[in-house]
Write a protein that binds this ligand. Structure first.
Ligand SMILES: Cc1cc2nc3c(=O)[nH]c(=O)nc-3n(C[C@H](O)[C@H](O)[C@H](O)COP(=O)(O)O)c2cc1C
Length: 184
């Protein structure tokens, strides 16, 4: 089974990567094949609203998203990792999420095979991890609507620097548990 992670942080060695990697490590130890994509280093244009995907089921924009379509379709689990920016996902991740529109059929059913698991792995500067939870529920529900299955949300707070994440042993343990869940 394959687990694909989309990292929306602009800092490749930042807190979000550290959180995401902990989950990926646990999934790999359980025998999953894992692959992480650093969206900030990829060419992913914002959706152009051409609706060609509605006619053909495929996005006509020829950029790095094309690789992700295949990877996501073949994955059993997907990690959407992001720091909170202005109470939301980063622009890098939002661009990729908008581009998931081709997975939706015109009748709003999904081209995706059922049963995919999703982990939303989030870091934020504010220590109170309840602050944006409702927003990430909203993101998770939107992904379920697109055809992704069950989702779980993991939020680490007070993580401006990766060291501030790495000292949170309970959160790291949660990340490992989530990685195992993805690989089950
Ligand atoms: C532009 C910007 C906006 C941010 N907005 C928020 C925010 O709304 N709430 C919050 O708690 N932290 C906010 N932060 C802090 C980051 O979420 C936090 O430092 C995060 O853990 C960094 O992850 P990274 O190491 O992967 O870059 C913001 C940081 C930046 C640069």
């Amino acid at each position: 089974m394959k687990i694909v992670a989309l990292n929306g942080s602009p800092r490749e060695q930042g807190s979000t990567s550290a959180l995401m990697n902990e989950a990926l490590k646990a999934a790999k130890e359980r025998g999953a094949e894992v692959k992480a994509y650093f969206l900030n280093g990829m060419k992913i244009k914002g959706c152009q609203s051409c609706y060609a995907c509605r006619a053909h089921g495929q996005c006509v924009l020829q950029d790095d998203m094309q690789e992700l379509y295949g990877e996501i379709a073949n994955a059993a689990g997907i990690i959407f990792a992001t720091p909170v920016y202005m109470w939301q996902v980063t622009a890098q991740l939002k661009a990729a999420i908008d581009r998931l529109y081709p997975f939706l059929k015109p009748d709003h059913s999904s081209y995706l095979a059922p049963g995919k698991k999703v982990l939303l792995a989030v870091t934020q500067g504010r220590p109170d991890t309840t602050l944006f939870h409702h927003y990430f529920e909203h993101v998770g529900k939107n992904l379920s609507f697109l055809g992704f299955g069950e989702y779980k949300i993991l939020i680490a707070g007070g993580t401006h620097k990766p060291e501030e994440l790495l000292e949170q042993t309970a959160v790291l343990e949660d990340a490992r548990r989530m990685g195992i869940w993805l690989a089950e």
